[in-house]
Design a protein around this ligand. Sequence first.
Ligand code: GAR
Length: 206
Amino acid sequence: MSRKFRLGILGSGKGSNLAAIAGACEAGQVPAEVAIVLSDVADAGILARAKERGIHARFIAPGKFRTKLDDEAERAYIAALQQAQVDWIALAGFMRILKGDFLRAFAPRVVNIHPALLPSFPGLEAWKQALDYGVKVTGCTVHLVDQGIDTGPIIAQQIVQVLDGDTPAKLHERIQEAEQELYPKVIAALLRGEILVQGRKTLWKR
Ligand code: GAR
């Protein structure tokens, strides 16, 4: 039997991506189990959704900054993930930038999902940025995490049409459906070693 990997998932939101990943693990579509879920938001839905599924889930206070973890918090996140013996980390709506020490501990095995077609619309509320800009297509991107904001090598993207009469909420909902389809598939491919990374370029070995 092939080995089951251990995933650590970080999120700040309601946890729809966590649910999709955990569901795909349970269904045997991703050769992994979610070993731990961490959040910087004490009452985040992602923690409740993890606990409902029997996954170990913890709030770890982010410290004094708004957009990143402070040094003490960063050490606590690293320690919790190392203690849980994770092989890969999937960011699922984690709204803080991860810096040097975190990435030195885990990169290149840190992956993120972003709700736009990068390099367009990095940062916050990307679906709203796309709608305000007036683009006709947007979507979601799975990429490896580096020290920039949504700048790491792109692994896969899925397109979502912008429809007449879209509101930010409606558009985000359709992007999230695409995310829930794409993210588990990409994580499975990464774990199976099916994705080759050469600098900024990634190649699917199929
Ligand atoms: C997702 O749409 C994800 O792409 C986005 O947060 C949402 C989390 O939803 N992430 C970012 O905007 C990161 N820049 P979820 O908690 O339901 O998975």
